[in-house]
Design a binder for this molecule. Structure first.
Ligand SMILES: *[C@@H]1O[C@H](CO)[C@@H](O)[C@H](O)[C@H]1NC(C)=O
Ligand SMILES: [Ca+2]
Length: 358
């Protein structure tokens, strides 16, 4: 916990303790400018960290050495289907056709605000677009029920994060692998042939398959805000994938992970799942309601059906992030400067013309 805890206090930006402090020479003029810029950026991006401290919850985490390796007793996690346990990873499916497997936390989670870090690996012999289908991460009412949604049941209650490696919808312009989220109250069905397009809330393209280095994903849920970040480039840095608000999830659901293969296959491995409690204050009104009775739902201004295809996968961007605000300000400044210059030139030209006439 100690090591985990302290680097997490550094916040979203970094996954591991990098070199602390600012590199480079003393505060020369460039350094000062940089510092001011960094401070400005810091102010803009400060909402990402929220200043919370995080705490690892062992009872909802899966960490090496896995307990009860090689036996069927894995007290904190139950597994099902093709799932196989080794000392180094939990393999949900091997690189073989028509497999499905899952692992499910034994205890329901009663934390209101949490963050799950997933260390995973998707790899196989299949060449580009000849591999599938992917992993799903779950926070759901039911557990251990096999089904068609990446090895788990459809019409689920709760949250799903799909790490989809295969474009079943041949007409899509999206680049795969593709990560998306879905919230369901049991009424919605995941359309596998459309890669869940009609029920998806948000998503991004993420190149996580057959990487030589470790790949990570983080899911944060706090105060109705759902954030998904990836660390796939071996840089120990989280990259924003999904950031949406208005998501309502109850407490008392189960964490799980599942994977499935069909005609195409891959090894789908989970190396660790770490659940952190986020220390967030809630209003007395919020505290007084029974959180286990909340119906999973999302308040959207737009219906997910309005999703427009965007090859970058960045449609429905979340709230403005630091860089975007910064770029917007820069553009505005440039715009104003250009207007001023053009205005001045036009004004001068007019003056000259007036001089000529009189
Ligand atoms: C479940 O969700 C659907 C649409 O997403 C909605 O029409 C329905 O009212 C919801 N049911 C409950 C019980 O909240
Ligand atoms: Ca798919």
């Amino acid at each position: 916990m100690a090591a985990e805890g302290w680097f997490w206090r550094l916040g979203w930006g970094r996954r591991c303790p990098g070199r602390p402090g600012l590199p480079g020479p003393g505060p020369g003029p460039t350094a000062s400018v940089l510092l001011v810029l960094l401070l400005l950026l810091g102010l803009v991006t400060s909402d990402i960290t929220d200043g919370n401290s995080e705490h690892l919850k062992r009872e909802h985490s899966l960490i090496k050495p896995y307990q009860g390796v090689g036996s069927s007793s894995m007290p904190l996690w139950d597994f099902q289907g093709s799932t196989m346990l080794t000392s180094q990873y939990v393999r949900l499916t091997p690189d073989e056709r028509s497999k499905e497997g899952s692992i499910w936390n034994h205890q329901p989670c009663f934390l209101k605000d949490w963050e799950m870090h997933v260390h995973f690996k998707v790899h196989g012999a299949g060449k580009k677009n000849l591999h599938g289908d992917g992993i799903a991460l779950w926070y759901t009412r039911d557990r251990l029920i096999p089904g068609p949604v990446f090895g788990s049941k459809d019409n689920f209650h709760g949250l799903a994060v799909f790490l989809d490696t295969y474009p079943n919808d041949e007409t899509t312009e999206r680049v795969f692998p593709y990560i998306s989220v879905m919230v369901n109250n049991g009424s919605l069905s995941y359309d596998h042939s459309k890669d869940g397009r009609w029920t998806e809330l948000a998503g991004c393209t993420a190149d996580f398959r057959n990487r030589d280095h470790d790949t990570f994903l983080a899911v944060r849920y706090s105060r109705g805000r759902l954030t998904v970040m990836t660390d796939l480039e071996d840089k120990n840095e989280w990259k924003n994938c999904i950031d949406i608000t208005g998501v309502r999830l109850p407490t008392g659901y189960y964490f799980g992970a599942s994977a499935g293969t069909g005609d195409l296959s891959d090894n789908h491995d989970i190396i660790s799942l770490k659940l952190f409690q986020l220390m967030v204050e809630h209003t007395p009104d919020e505290e007084n309601i029974d959180w286990t009775k909340i119906e999973p739902s999302v308040n959207f201004l737009k219906s997910p059906k309005d999703n427009v295809d965007d090859p970058t996968g960045n449609f429905r961007g979340g709230p403005l992030t630091g860089w975007r605000v910064f770029l917007l300000l820069l553009c505005a400044l440039l715009g104003i400067t250009v207007c001023a210059v053009v205005g001045a030139v036009v004004f001068q030209k007019r003056q000259e013309r007036n001089k000529r006439f009189y």
